[in-house]
Design a protein around this ligand. Structure first.
Ligand code: ATP
Ligand code: MG
Length: 254
């Protein structure tokens, strides 16, 4: 199996990036694939959603980027045997400004992750809702990008900026970067709007859209408050089944 680094990105807020990182990561790890989640968001939602208190953690990904710590020392184990986390700490909040002082400021994360060599088969990066240096570093470090799109009226707003950034990164910084796919999230099959958005996105992006659709599911919203991925919170829920299907689809596409 080829090592993959997936950046889960969309500068639009609240579209399901973190939910996807946690639950895709957990689903892959349930298949005994070694997975690392890297929390590049100063909000630290992937860190807290896996049951850790951001304020009590040090070092994290920022200390690794600044080379104050080795990446191996900032990685923590989760409740799932094959799933590890490189957490977000408080210091990440000032990262966007710190980056400005550094040379090779787009390549910091790539450099940090390179020392992991083949320890993980999948690395999933949770990006913040912006197109700043944290997201740029994630795109430069990644082998592919997964874009969650929420099935609501403004779903496509901002997508062209993200795709422009993707093309720029491919052109100047990371020519091997691929589009893993577009993932429809928070889909409500009872509403015309969700179905209409799905149809529109599939017509526009065709085979780039995952067949798996993530439904709006209350359990998916509840699980992070217990610090659990959905497969440990309610494995029979529609949310758990959909993320396991996404993991299968990604593995099949390899
Ligand atoms: P941000 O841009 O702030 O980082 P995000 O893109 O990471 O947000 P999430 O945090 O994953 O988005 O999701 C936003 C909110 O919606 C969260 O409260 C989450 O629990 C909830 N949510 C995400 N996906 C679903 C779903 N399929 N069904 C129900 N609730 C969901
Ligand atoms: Mg998030």
């Amino acid at each position: 199996m080829k090592k993959k680094i997936l950046a889960v990105a969309n500068q639009k807020g609240g579209v399901g990036k973190t939910t996807t990182v946690i639950n895709l990561g957990a689903s892959l790890s349930a298949a005994e694939i070694r997975v690392l989640i890297v929390d590049m968001d100063p909000q630290g939602n992937a860190t807290s959603g896996l049951g850790f208190k951001r304020d009590e953690i040090n070092p994290g990904i920022f200390e690794t980027i600044t080379q104050e710590a080795l990446i191996h020392d900032s990685i923590i184990k989760t409740k799932l045997k094959y799933l590890d986390l490189c957490p977000s700490t408080k210091s990440l909040a000032s990262a966007e400004i710190e980056f400005l002082h550094w040379e090779d400021r787009e390549k910091k994360l790539r450099l940090s992750l390179s020392s992991l060599e083949n320890k993980y088969q999948y690395i999933l990066i949770d990006c913040p809702p912006s197109l700043g240096y944290l997201t740029l570093n994630s795109l430069v470090a990644a082998t592919s990008v997964l874009i969650p799109l929420q099935c609501e009226y403004y779903a496509l707003e901002g997508l062209s900026d993200l795709l422009d950034t993707f093309e720029e990164v491919r052109k100047y910084l990371n020519p091997m970067l691929e589009l893993e796919g577009i993932l429809l999230t928070m889909h409500d099959e009872r509403t015309n709007l969700s179905n209409q958005i799905e149809k529109e996105v599939r017509e526009l992006f065709r085979q780039k859209v995952f067949s798996t659709v993530i439904p709006r599911n209350v359990k998916l919203g509840e699980a992070p408050s217990f610090g659990l991925p959905i497969i440990l919170y309610d494995i029979k829920s529609k949310g758990a089944i959909s993320y396991m299907n996404l993991a299968k689809e990604i593995l099949k596409n390899e």
